[in-house]
Write a protein that binds this ligand. Structure first.
Ligand SMILES: [Zn+2]
Length: 240
């Protein structure tokens, strides 16, 4: 089982986590959960072959995507089934997160993404504070969870519709050197054995030669760094 962008809470049953932002917690609010083996990669170009996993979890990550159809098709390419959860339009206009470019509706099992434009959550700060400080508020939020989230359990696949283009007003920053320095300090561990063998070049799906400091694609020759502790950075931004 793969967990993509699980952030501060990797699923207890997952075997591997993919996350892009290690050193910058901006889109997460809390430090990354590093209990599971990690690969630093981008959901738009997952570094695995087709049908590598039985199941993929994408919980509160697809709403961060810049190219939603590509991210969604990558999830469906690498796994046979999965779970997707995103904040609803109502949550977005009640709480508001500046790093989400979209307002999302669920129509007949299709997730419909529309640019958020200049629609914001004017009282968002009040709601975020209430959520953090009030047990009663958290209970009310939990009791109305279906209003705040759209949830899909998919098997053969799932559909997304995107009406227009959008970019978030503010996003986390990826700094390759900072990431390489942070991973060993945080005690992050990389994949081993069969998981390690499942890794592919994110650019072209080529197999990767073995190496402790870097992995090199046998197809395009791109080389990807591996942090001390064994976490590979399989990202276009880190390739040389
Ligand atoms: Zn390659």
């Amino acid at each position: 089982m793969l967990d993509v962008g699980s952030g501060q809470a990797a699923h207890p049953r997952c075997d591997l986590v993919v996350d892009k932002y290690v050193a910058d917690d901006f889109e997460r609010g809390k430090p990354l959960d590093l209990a599971k083996p990690l690969v630093v990669a981008d959901g738009h170009s997952l570094p695995f072959g087709d049908d590598t996993f039985a199941y993929v979890i994408a919980s509160h990550v697809l709403e961060h995507a810049t190219d939603v159809p590509r991210f969604a098709s990558e999830l469906q390419r690498v796994a046979a089934a999965g779970f997707v959860q995103v904040p609803s339009r109502e949550a977005e206009l009640t709480f508001g997160w500046p790093f989400h470019p979209w307002l999302i509706d669920l129509r007949d099992d299709t997730l419909v993404f529309r640019p958020r434009g200049d629609q914001s959550a004017p009282l968002g700060r009040v709601f975020h504070e209430a959520f953090a400080e009030s047990t009663l508020f958290a209970l009310w939020f939990g009791a109305n969870r279906e209003r705040w989230h759209h949830t899909l359990h998919w098997k053969a696949g799932f559909d997304v519709q995107v009406d227009g283009e959008s970019a978030a007003p503010a996003t986390a920053r990826l700094d390759v050197d900072l990431t390489l320095a942070a991973l060993p300090k945080l005690g992050a561990i990389g994949p081993e054995g069969a998981l390690r063998q499942s890794l592919r070049c994110p650019a072209d799906g080529g197999t990767l030669s073995d190496g402790t400091a870097s992995l090199t694609c046998t197809r395009c020759g791109s080389s990807y760094p591996v942090a001390r502790g064994g976490v590979p950075l399989l990202l276009a931004e880190a390739a040389s």
